[in-house]
Design a protein. Sequence first.
Length: 228
Amino acid sequence: MCYQISGPARFISHLDIIRTLGRALRRAGLSIAYSQGFHPLPRLSLGPPLPLGIESTAEYADLVFTEAYPGEEIKSRLNTSLPLGLEVTEVKAVKEKVRSLTSAINQLDYEYLIKIPISKGSAGDEDSLTKCLQELWGREELLATKMKKGVEKVVDIRALWKGYHLSNVKEGLYRLKLEVEYGPAGTIRPEDLLPFLPSACTVERIRRVGAWIVRGDHKKTPLGILGT
């Protein structure tokens, strides 16, 4: 299924999202399957973890039920049981064995809403963002500081940056879509780009807007390729 996270729900951690979905399934009366063993857990798995504080319109989860339900019924019953800011947008049945979401998804898209103060009669600040992105895209190396097990490390993230698109929303407000790789080689977190932006820029919102399975020239959402 696909779901979105907004408002206060963006501060729920990845593990707590799993717990929240589990409670909602029980409240909704949906017969989720459980694992075997001494500590049975709901057979529920999520896609790539969403950074805390980031909204998303493209989160995915795999659920296994012991009964067959129409997709619209699952969606309706879950949405009446989920807290504010969590909403199921689409449900599809998987009719064959598939790879896990975290191993299948290999590209993520983030959207930044960027505000730039405009000096009267000058487009210099506007041009600075365009030129900055062009310069960054042209680099062979892009060094970012990341925390690894509590230790700061400098990592080259350039190879993980797959594309971008900048568009104007209105005067002084821009929408930047960033396409990044996700997988064994790592990924680019939304905050990794912030130190490279011009100082005049204010990022008003960041959200995840895409999670994709890319194979050669083919690009599909998890529901597009995993569900029917």
